[in-house]
Design a protein around this ligand. Structure first.
Ligand code: AMP
Ligand code: ZN
Length: 467
């Protein structure tokens, strides 16, 4: 497999530390709000990467953290604590907010057919590990105490800007109007490992530590959680491109200072999904969530398809026009796959040949768009039905589009009562148009008795058989 490595800024042959095994880490969400579909673009691409590694024969162990403490509104340790602001907004406790949004996040994972990581660990589970790492960093002289907080001293490193192409001017803390510089820092990029004193007198979650009661900085969690479950040598670390600095830069700084050797070989960064006005936001404009798309009648997998049509290393612009097109193409593709007749013996040699073609093509830096092109090639190929089905099922273990999964609505198309159901739906639509809602409800009830569930969507009424 070939992967673009942000650390070397080159496409490289992927070689894990241990043959056949991959240790993979993903920065998880800050659970103070719903994830927007931009965040989920990153998680879809990372899911495809994991599935592609498995498809290529690797045994993968993937770990993800949940940020439920320590992430301030500016990544440079200033601004308000995101969890606290979420709790205030909803008049709930921080832990209630964390639980609610963690559950919502994984509900989105299920809808988008994203595999659960093998290990999911909330930051608040690992406070003793954080304290231990900070103690070692202090002992080794990589950290210092100032203003009653503990900071990482970036001047102690030979090279801090490991991702290279950064413009120091752009990275300066304090350049944005709403961000005030922390005068405790010895160097402008030093970052907080442990807060005992900050402007948040009402910080909800606090723990005892050798430096007083306080709470961890944001970056320390990923270093500790990854090492707890994957050890000191990691193969691939993922996140959105905004995580590259300061988050991943700081993770590398403290991890390598702690272990004394190189930590992770490959860095995989997904570029952003933007809306037409620019950056995707949770506070301005339409807050684009998977649930919102569903309310508008979209299948979440149509959004997955939309993201797979583009390359993860290019920014992607979201618009409803583009999504409509993707939804339409996805539906047609799925219909074609479902219509493949289940006939003939599976030609195993052909399946292997198509498997290898996919591994090579998509394996060239996670080229999902080429994977979709290959799907069309399979549909057109001179293969019997069952062989085509086998190849599509194989590809779908990576693409995750449920192409051969007969949804209730699709299955129903073959039922004998379809004409009657559709006649009743037409009657109900006419009743609604005539504002005879009692009649429309009565018909809905009758259909329900027949085991038929209706869904009013932008594209009209859809129906499926109750499970
Ligand atoms: P957060 O919950 O803010 O920690 O972000 C969760 C993940 O989403 C991180 O990997 C971010 O880098 C990523 N991310 C944030 N905004 C976007 C975006 N607009 N498009 C793609 N990924 C994003
Ligand atoms: Zn992280």
């Amino acid at each position: 497999m070939i992967i673009y490595n942000t650390l070397t800024r080159k496409k490289e042959e992927f070689v894990p530390n241990e043959p056949g095994k991959v240790k993979m880490y993903t920065c998880g969400p800050t659970v103070y709000h719903f994830a927007h579909i931009g965040n989920l673009r990153s998680y879809i691409c990372e899911d495809v990467l994991e599935k592609l590694l498995r498809f290529s024969g690797y045994d993968v162990k993937r770990v993800m953290n949940i940020t439920d403490v320590g992430h301030l509104s500016s990544d440079a340790d200033t601004g308000e604590d995101k969890m606290l602001s979420g709790a205030k907004r909803e008049h709930k406790t921080v832990m209630e907010i964390a639980k609610f949004y963690t559950d919502a996040f994984f509900a989105d994972f299920a809808k988008l057919n994203i595999k659960m990581p093998d290990v999911v660990e909330p930051a608040t589970n690992c406070i003793p590990e954080f304290i231990h790492m900070i103690e070692v960093l202090l002992e080794k002289g990589y950290a210092y105490k100032a203003g009653e907080n503990i900071y990482f001293d970036t001047s102690k490193l030979d090279k801090y800007y490991v991702f290279g192409n950064m413009n120091e001017e752009d990275l300066q803390v304090g350049v944005r109007d709403d961000v005030t510089e922390d005068t405790n820092k010895r160097n402008k990029n030093d970052f907080v490992l442990w807060f005992t004193k900050s402007k948040f007198e009402d910080q909800a979650l606090k723990w005892d530590s050798p430096w007083g009661v306080g709470y961890p900085g944001w970056h320390i969690e990923c270093s500790c959680i990854s090492m707890k479950h994957l050890g000191e040598y990691m193969d691939i670390h993922c996140g959105g491109i905004d995580n590259m600095f300061p988050h991943h830069t700081n993770e590398i700084a403290q991890s390598e200072a702690f272990i004394g050797h190189k930590w992770c070989n490959y860095w995989f960064h997904v570029h952003h999904l933007n809306d037409e006005t620019g950056k995707m936001s949770k506070s301005k404009g339409e807050f684009l969530t998977v649930s919102l798309l569903e309310e508008k009648g979209y299948d979440p997998l149509a959004y997955r398809f939309f993201t797979l049509q583009s390359h993860y290393r290019k920014p992607l612009t979201f618009s409803y026009d583009a999504l409509n097109q993707a939804a339409d193409t996805y539906k047609k593709l799925k219909d074609r796959a479902l219509r493949i007749p289940a006939e003939g013996d599976v030609d195993q040699a052909a399946v292997k040949e198509w498997h290898d073609k996919f591994a090579e093509t998509v394996g060239n830096d996670v080229n999902t768009a080429m994977g979709i092109t290959l799907l069309y090639d399979v549909l057109k190929a001179e293969l019997n039905g069952n062989t085509k089905r086998a190849v599509i099922a194989d590809y779908d273990t990576v693409l995750g589009l449920k192409l051969l999964e007969e949804t209730a609505a699709a299955a129903a198309d073959n039922g004998e009562d379809v004409a009657e159901i559709e006649a009743l739906i037409a009657e109900r639509t006419a009743a609604k148009k005539a504002k005879d809602f009692a009649k429309a409800d009565e018909i809905r009830g009758k259909l329900l008795e027949m085991g038929i569930v209706l869904e009013d969507t932008r594209e009209g009424v859809k129906w499926k058989r109750a499970e």
